[in-house]
Design a protein around this ligand. Structure first.
Ligand SMILES: [Zn+2]
Length: 146
């Protein structure tokens, strides 16, 4: 049984809650005497109920807002962790500076190391004073532009 063709659109509008005015009155006048249109209205209403998303429950709302809170908390935690790492790095550098001061400081206070007293020792080690000109030429670090 299909609804009357003239009322089909009105039935779908009524099911969607979008029918008012003269057309609503016309449908209201027709429905009591037409089982096909009443069945058609039930059909539209059922289809729309299936298509419509259920209202958001309190549980879902809480879960959704909890999710937002969790996301914010997580990002805040990451920022804090990054800052903490920065702090650790800074602390490490400070410790290194203290260690460097403790280790290097006394030698600086003692002044330059005394020159080696035994030239033979240096010769044995194969050390010779570098020829700066040769180093410049070899490495070609600076282009003199000749
Ligand atoms: Zn009808």
């Amino acid at each position: 049984v299909t609804p009357c063709r003239d009322y089909d659109v009105l039935l779908s509008l009524r099911a969607a809650g979008a029918l008012d005015g003269d057309e609503a009155a016309r449908l209201d006048a027709h429905l009591p005497g037409c089982a096909a249109c009443r069945a058609g209205l039930d059909g539209y209403a059922g289809a729309l109920a299936l298509a419509r998303l259920p209202a958001v429950s309190e549980t879902e709302r809480a879960a959704a807002s909890g999710l937002a809170v969790a996301v914010v908390a997580e990002s805040a935690r990451r920022v804090r962790r990054r800052h903490r790492l920065g702090g650790l790095l800074f602390t490490g550098l400070s410790a290194a500076a203290v260690i460097a001061a403790v280790v290097v400081g006394p030698s600086l206070l003692r002044g330059p190391a005394p020159p080696a007293e035994d030239p033979a020792l240096l010769a044995d080690a194969g050390w010779q004073e570098p020829d700066l000109d040769e180093i410049w030429e070899t490495t070609n670090v600076i282009d003199w532009g000749e």
